[in-house]
Design a protein around this ligand. Structure first.
Ligand code: NAD
Length: 495
């Protein structure tokens, strides 16, 4: 078959210009579209690379490779051998941690220590799930006399993973790691805004012996190749992490063919601080929970609910800490890096101008350093006070370093405010009162509640997910493996 002219051109270009290719069946592959998408460094707004703008045909190639791998190789590998492969990949990721962190730093604008923490978390996910591969099993069930009944946990087959730009490595680790451990093979569609680290991880997997087709990475726009993934009849399960609106689209498309979906959507998570809280411990965590990754974290503690009697002194202390925060290029490794892209920066600006119109007072702001190029996408962390509970700043996900404070009168009022959004991802509760800790944890509607902490150490082992508009299904921890399998009941009549 003759190679079309645009492929010849791209082939030449690939050798002479930086350009990332899809990774399908352990090979670097050009998109059949002949088109690419520029990769922009959020620290200076400049193009530094290109990725493939893949289409439905490329996605189909990846699904075919994955299916062949599943049928011919992967399902015949023992669980213990899968675990050994995953552990080898974990070690390989650790060996290449600096390289991966650098890719993520440039691609996402993450300060160096954040990018390194994400590479370490990715290695940890593969280590955790490596150990889980051969511990996943069904049950035997009591039934009628003369029968033996058992349940088998079987992989779905080919799982599709649609990944956002805010934590590519971490979300790949928890989602692809869990799916592989449960015996699936994966087709991954990273965000068009951040995919470099994931293409590299797929290459590393091949280097440690993953069979061709076990991990495939296809880049491109959500409405093109993401949509194709959700529609493809060969995808047996979809793990989607991203915005609630796209989550709805994915569900609608998947519903047509009854494909199961796990949705990890956004949040508007409250930090509830009672008057008896240890503020010395709480304050650094409250700040980190909103400025980490420039506030572009689904679990960001973006609403600060404070008991009336300590509202003013706590805002004073937090204000001083916000003013000390420094924002600048990722490579400078300051407290906060840039936002991912110009449209995200504009989104945050729109929220802040709405705050101004509504007369919402600003307590304090961090400082963007002089070295930060004007062309980068910077936003200083901002502390706002007395934000009305129904204002969009207190209701919608800003996905920027904006903390909205409000006060509460008593425990019942705190719970009412905590539950007063459409989301239900995470809640932080700060109090020394043991009975109150449990009462509040029971009444807050969230997938996870952290008491006197806020998810320290990454929480690879802890199931994670939301309720309400934050999604459903759980990833991370052993629990994720249940979602990446289907249960088969086998009843034997033996007399
Ligand atoms: P997004 O929903 O725009 O994109 C997420 C992914 O979906 C990307 O890969 C994108 O290309 C793809 N996509 C977009 N349109 C699509 C379509 N029509 N069909 C199929 N795929 C499509 O979200 P984002 O801007 O990348 O990420 C930010 C959002 O993700 C925030 O709302 C954040 O809270 C959420 N998030 C949630 C979690 C969690 O675990 N709950 C984690 C990270 C991010």
């Amino acid at each position: 078959m003759e190679t079309p002219p645009e492929r010849l051109f791209l082939g030449f270009w690939a050798q002479n210009m930086p350009m990332q290719l899809n990774y399908i069946a352990n090979a670097c592959v050009l998109s059949s579209s002949g088109k690419t998408i520029p990769v922009i460094d959020p620290s200076d707004g400049q193009v530094f690379d290109e990725i493939q703008r893949s289409n439905a045909a490329d996605l189909d190639t990846a699904v075919t490779a994955a299916r062949d791998c599943f049928e011919l190789v992967w399902q015949h590998i023992t669980a213990a051998e899968r675990g050994r492969l995953m552990l080898r990949l974990s070690n390989k990721i650790t060996e290449h941690a600096d390289e991966l962190a650098l890719l993520e730093q440039r691609d996402c604008g993450k300060p160096v220590k954040q990018a390194r923490a994400d590479a370490a978390a990715l290695a940890r996910y593969f280590e955790f799930y490596a150990g889980a591969c051969d511990k996943l099993h069904g049950d035997t069930l009591p039934y009628l006399n003369g029968y033996s009944v058992m349940t088998w946990r079987e992989p779905h087959g080919v799982t599709g993973h649609i990944i956002p730009w805010n934590y590519p490595m971490q979300i790949f680790g928890r989602s692809v790691g869990g799916a592989l451990a449960a015996g699936n093979v994966c087709v991954v569609k990273p965000s068009e805004d951040a995919c470099l680290s994931l293409i590299r991880v797929a290459q590393l997997a091949a280097e440690v012996g993953f069979p061709a087709g076990a991990i495939n990475v296809v880049t491109g726009y959500g409405h093109e190749v993401g949509d194709a993934l959700a529609r493809h009849a060969g995808i047996d399960h979809i793990s989607f992490t991203g915005s609630p609106s796209v989550g709805t689209l994915i569900q609608q498309v998947a519903a047509v063919r009854h494909c199961p979906v796990t949705l990890e959507l956004g949040g508007k998570s409250p930090q509830i601080v009672f008057a008896d809280a240890n503020l010395d411990e709480a304050i650094p965590t409250l700040i980190n929970a909103i400025v980490q990754n420039a506030g572009q974290t689904c679990s960001a503690g973006s609403r600060l609910l404070v008991e009336q009697s300590i509202y003013e002194p706590l805002l004073e202390r937090l204000g001083a800490a916000f003013e000390a925060l420094r924002i600048g290029p990722a490579a400078m490794d300051l407290d906060v890096g840039p936002l991912i892209r110009q449209s995200q920066q504009q989104r945050v600006w729109d929220f802040l101008s709405d705050a101004q119109v509504a007369g919402i007072a600003m307590v304090a702001q961090g400082q963007i350093v002089d070295e930060a190029p004007d062309t980068g996408f910077y936003q200083a962390p901002t502390l706002l006070r007395d934000v009305p509970v129904m204002h969009r700043l207190a209701q919608e996900e800003v996905f920027g370093p904006i903390l909205c404070a409000m006060s509460f009168k008593n425990e019942a009022h705190a719970i009412e405010l905590a539950n007063a959004t459409a989301f239900g991802l995470v809640a932080g509760v700060w109090t020394q009162d043991g009975a109150r800790q449990f009462r509040v944890a029971k009444k807050v509607r969230a997938g996870q509640v952290f008491i006197n902490n806020y998810g320290a150490g990454g929480g690879v082992e802890l199931p994670f997910g939301g309720v309400k508009s934050s999604g459903y299904g759980r990833e991370k921890g052993f629990e994720a493996l249940l979602g990446f399998t289907t249960l088969k009941t086998v009843a034997v009549k033996h007399g």
